[in-house]
Ligand binder design. Structure first.
Ligand SMILES: Cc1cc2nc3c(=O)[nH]c(=O)nc-3n(C[C@H](O)[C@H](O)[C@H](O)COP(=O)(O)OP(=O)(O)OC[C@H]3O[C@@H](n4cnc5c(N)ncnc54)[C@H](O)[C@@H]3O)c2cc1C
Length: 471
């Protein structure tokens, strides 16, 4: 029997489709499936959507120029770039098309650049251009000495991963999907016509089950009798520099990728900072997203070579995300028609960009494997998301918004210029913030230079009051 826990809505006993995992991939899938005339439940172990790997990445909308041609990942990143770019324009997810410059530091790397350009063309991306060292320094004057040449990738973009996850999940809910937070799937019992999922909040019986559990996707896969991949958490640590460093970096500065990964980059962020990272370190603990002294030292050393002028700037924050790496080079996405079970796992380094394309691909696969449902004739309009991008006209600088509602002119978080109106909106939105980090992801409050030292108590108080009001 499904039961309510605290003030959480009652878990439905039955549904047509249960999606496990409220990260970018699960939210995109729930949104896509909720466009059909079926009941969808999105099961998330944590107390918010987008609180796993999807909250802590480098937040780049990749063109897919450097993907391995012919892989599903290459195809879905390319498609995802277009789908998410269009969705961002529709919903107000901030995107900045700053472009990337891949820099060669050794003669060997310089010799690799034409191959990378050919790879980009093989991936359907033709805009890369080779540039000499003078042009590299013209574009990036703050770069350290020793750059030998570069490759431009004009369409690589910055995007807000927080708003993306929230927009996809919000639209899923607006389309009728039920979001079950704090609901961890513990087991699955497959029957001829349906599957009973045992969760921390009771059982849910679903006709179809979609596994988008990120770092836990291989564990769920085993519940369905498979043993086809093993997730290794690959930690990526990043440093965020203060906004004063922003004029140093106009483009995403990429290293030449090697067999061990994409390497350490320097990039502006969508919130007006500069980021240095990520590291790549295989762990065993799937929950260890702490930063480390070794990671800090490694990044400072890298930064000193790439852009010495950056590493003397002030670090505002450090964070780490865990990539769900697997032994396979490609995504593990498949449909098992017999058990009506779908897996989207091992989505390592490109899942933000590819999320909507993974959903589009898997829904089509489900349809060709027996998922029979008609598309709803009428769908609600997509949500309009809060304005979080530094380049956007944010509420504090929007005279019309302030005239209509003075709360948008009352600043609570001074570093990030977040108003009382935005905090109020985030606490009463379709998927309201219930934690301080959830509030930060919806507003930027406490995300700035003082990291909440000044506004933290006030923000926490507003969160507490809103929770009390809801009881
Ligand atoms: C350092 C780093 C940099 C990156 N940079 C980029 C980038 O620039 N561009 C890009 O496109 N991609 C990037 N990525 C990759 C991208 O962030 C991931 O591919 C994406 O977030 C994966 O989303 P997901 O939904 O599969 O996983 P997650 O976000 O981890 O979501 C899975 C969810 O499932 C839930 N869950 C797990 N087990 C259970 C269970 N048993 N029951 C219920 N819920 C469960 C978890 O709580 C979690 O919320 C980067 C990743 C990292 C770590």
């Amino acid at each position: 029997m499904a039961r309510a826990q605290g003030d959480a809505p009652v878990l439905p006993e039955r549904c047509d489709v249960a999606v496990i995992g409220g990260g970018l991939v699960g939210a995109a899938l729930a949104r896509a499936l909720a466009a059909f005339d079926v009941s969808v439940v999105l099961l998330e172990a944590r107390s918010d959507v987008g609180d796993g790997t999807s909250k802590a990445n480098t937040a780049l909308l990749h063109t897919g120029f450097d993907a391995t041609p012919g892989t599903l990942e290459a195809r879905l990143v390319r498609r995802g770039y277009d789908l998410l770019g269009a969705y961002a324009a529709e919903t107000g997810i901030p995107v900045e098309r700053v472009g990337a410059l891949l820099v060669a530091w050794t003669s060997q790397e310089l010799a690799t650049l034409p191959t990378l350009q050919e790879k980009a063309v093989a991936n359907g991306y033709r805009a890369c251009e080779l540039v000499d060292a003078d042009e590299v320094y013209r574009r990036l004057p703050a770069l350290g000495p020793g750059a030998l040449g570069g490759l431009t990738v004009p369409d690589e973009s910055l995007i807000c991963t927080w708003t993306t996850n929230l927009a996809l999940a919000t639209e899923a809910v607006l389309r009728g999907a039920q979001l079950a937070l704090d609901t961890k799937v513990l087991g699955a019992t497959c029957h001829a016509d349906d599957t009973v999922l045992t969760t921390t909040r009771g059982d849910v019986t679903a006709t179809w089950v979609v596994n988008a559990a990120g770092l836990g996707s291989d564990l769920i896969d085993r519940m369905f009798g498979f043993d086809r991949f093993h997730v290794t958490p690959r930690r990526g640590e990043l440093l965020v520099y203060d906004k004063l460093a922003r004029p140093l970096v106009n483009h995403i500065v990429l290293p030449v990728p090697s067999s061990v990964g994409k390497g350490v980059l320097i990039s502006p962020t969508i919130y007006g900072n500069v980021m240095l990272g990520p590291t790549a370190e295989d762990l065993t603990d799937r929950t260890d997203s702490a930063t480390s002294e070794a990671g800090f030292a490694f990044l400072l050393e890298k930064g000193q070579t790439i852009m010495p002028a950056l590493v003397v700037e002030e670090v505002t924050a450090a964070y780490a995300g865990l990539r769900a790496a697997s032994e396979h080079k490609d995504y593990v996405v498949a449909v098992d028609a017999t058990q009506r079970y779908v897996v989207a796992g091992g989505i390592r380094s490109t899942g933000l960009t590819a999320s909507m394309a993974i959903a589009e691909y898997l829904v089509a696969e489900m349809e060709s494997h027996g998922f029979r449902a008609s598309r709803r004739a009428v769908l609600p309009p997509p949500p309009t998301m809060p304005t979080l991008g530094e380049q956007d006209c944010r509420p504090f600088e929007n005279a019309d918004a302030i005239a209509a509602d003075p709360e948008y002119g009352r600043i609570i978080c001074f570093c990030e210029r977040v108003s009382a109106g935005e905090i109020r909106d985030a606490l009463s939105s379709v998927i309201p913030a219930t934690t301080l980090s959830g509030l930060r992801r919806r507003t930027r409050a406490t995300n700035g230079r003082c990291q909440g030292f000044f506004c933290g108590a006030e923000v926490a108080n507003r969160l507490k009051e809103s929770r009390e009001d809801q009881r």
